[in-house]
Write a protein that binds this ligand. Structure first.
Ligand code: ADP
Ligand code: ZN
Length: 433
């Protein structure tokens, strides 16, 4: 099923005509109502009237994360506070202050976009959806809640925490859809297994996962242990939360809700716009948000766009899995390292569990990366020699994948802290200038 075929299956021409209309209107709004944009557009010598074709979006300057913290809390709102009915704020993974607002119409649009992505994942009004995202300032909980309600699914608003109880709820209420971060889903299945629950007896059908990166290997592991299909969806606080893009049942990338978010990929160093199939930083412009429009927002997320037709029938452009956020990129002795590269190796290696942390330190001005990873439960009683061998194998594989040398430390099972939201993969203890 397709939630809104009138928008999701348009010809390129029709889509671009909607996008242009909406772009002209949002650019006019921010120029007239948000002092930051008035000043910025004037400095760049660009006026709303200059937007005559959709490509003219390239005349507009980018918006960076710093703009949000500099205008904290309400400086970028494009409507009077009286018209704002809700605010949300970032989960703070990268420590920057961001507050976004919603009008009544923004809230309705948001619910509709979530209904679209849930439908893409195969969720229907017959489903029972357990939402294990925090309800609060974080956009995930309320976002998924209103969208799934609009779809007509039955919601179990479980929120986060008390993991054993979450499993009991799944059993008692017959949960068919699990909404969470991939790392929490992995933690939950660990608890379920400890409780002696046979996951193949649960009614779970599909996982609606998002908010953090998840490698293909991690996805397979979650699918195997939960015995359900995993789908990915993407969004961020600055663009209103989840609902920007979602994966359809073909599993070949996430369809972007292009009539609401105009996507571009740029070279993060030069700002040059790249083509389909080229990897770079995702830049998004919100086309319909009233309270908090964003013009050419640099997400810092690394991905690529695909415009080939999808067999699901939707014609919207897709984005590939986000391989990492530029903010999470570590520079170790001059080499760029993403946690996902290490995760891939760990999940391909027998004997270790997919729970890991990267510890970065500095000695005599030299960076040092230690990969701490838990042994899998059945391996823990292993002989010292075998553990030494495992450590050596892992070190060899990671060194080869990253092209730098790292240290590997094997930990007892379950010794790393588990999170109910986004996993904390990096502990960078290098001195900051
Ligand atoms: P924070 O920046 O504090 O984590 P958000 O909760 O708004 O705040 O997180 C948005 C970010 O989360 C995105 O920019 C992206 O880096 C990451 N993210 C969201 N969904 C996904 C996804 N499906 N895959 C990978 N990363 C994601
Ligand atoms: Zn599709």
């Amino acid at each position: 099923m397709i939630w809104e075929p009138n928008y999701e299956c348009l010809s390129r021409e029709d889509m671009q005509s909607i996008q242009l209309d909406r772009l002209q209107s949002v650019v006019g709004n921010v120029y007239n109502r948000v002092p930051h944009y008035t000043k910025l557009f004037d400095e760049h010598g660009v006026k709303p009237e200059d937007i005559k074709h959709i490509e003219d979006i390239r005349k507009l300057p980018f918006t960076t994360k710093e703009v949000l913290s500099n205008n904290y809390p309400y400086g970028l709102f494009a409507v009077p506070l009286k018209e704002i009915v809700r605010i949300h704020s970032s989960s703070g993974t990268t420590g920057k202050q961001k507050v976004v607002g919603y009008t009544k119409r923004d809230i309705r649009t948001w619910a509709n976009l979530i209904a679209r992505i849930a439908t893409m994942a195969g969720v229907t009004d017959e489903d029972i959806a357990q939402i294990c995202f925090g309800y609060g300032l974080f956009t995930g909980g309320f976002g998924l809640h209103y969208g799934l309600e609009k779809l007509g699914a039955m919601i179990v608003p479980a929120s986060t925490g008390n993991t054993e109880r979450q499993i009991t709820m799944m059993q008692d209420f017959g949960t068919t859809v699990l909404v969470s971060t991939p790392s929490y889903a992995l933690y939950m299945v660990e608890v379920a297994e400890e409780m002696g629950v046979d996951t193949s007896k649960l009614k779970l059908k599909v996982g609606l996962f998002g908010a953090e990166p998840c490698t293909l290997n991690m996805r397979k592991e979650i699918e195997r242990r939960w015995n359900m299909k995993v789908t990915d969806n993407y969004g961020m606080t600055e663009l209103g939360g989840p609902g920007v893009a979602g994966e359809c049942e073909c599993g070949e990338g996430m369809h972007i809700n292009e009539d609401h978010f105009f996507p571009e990929i740029i070279n993060p160093e030069t700002g040059e716009v790249l083509g389909f199939g080229e990897t770079g930083e995702l830049v998004l412009t919100s086309l319909t948000r009233e309270a908090f429009p964003m013009i050419r927002y640099r997400t810092r997320d690394i991905t690529m766009l695909i415009d080939e037709p999808c067999s699901c029938g939707r014609s919207t452009v897709r984005m590939k899995k986000v391989t990492g956020r530029a903010d999470d990129m570590l520079i170790i002795r001059g080499v760029n390292v993403y946690p996902s590269q290490i995760e891939t190796v760990l999940l391909e290696t027998e004997g270790v569990a997919p729970h890991y942390q990267l510890i970065v330190t500095q000695h005599n001005y030299m960076d040092d990366l230690e990969v701490q990873v838990e042994l899998s439960g059945d391996n823990f009683s292993g002989k010292f020699k075998e553990l030494e061998e495992l450590e050596r194998t892992l070190r060899g594989k990671i060194n080869k994948a990253l092209q730098i040398s790292v240290r590997v430390k094997l930990l007892e099972p379950k010794s790393l802290e588990r999170t109910v939201g986004k996993a904390k993969r990096i502990v960078d203890m290098r001195p900051k200038e």
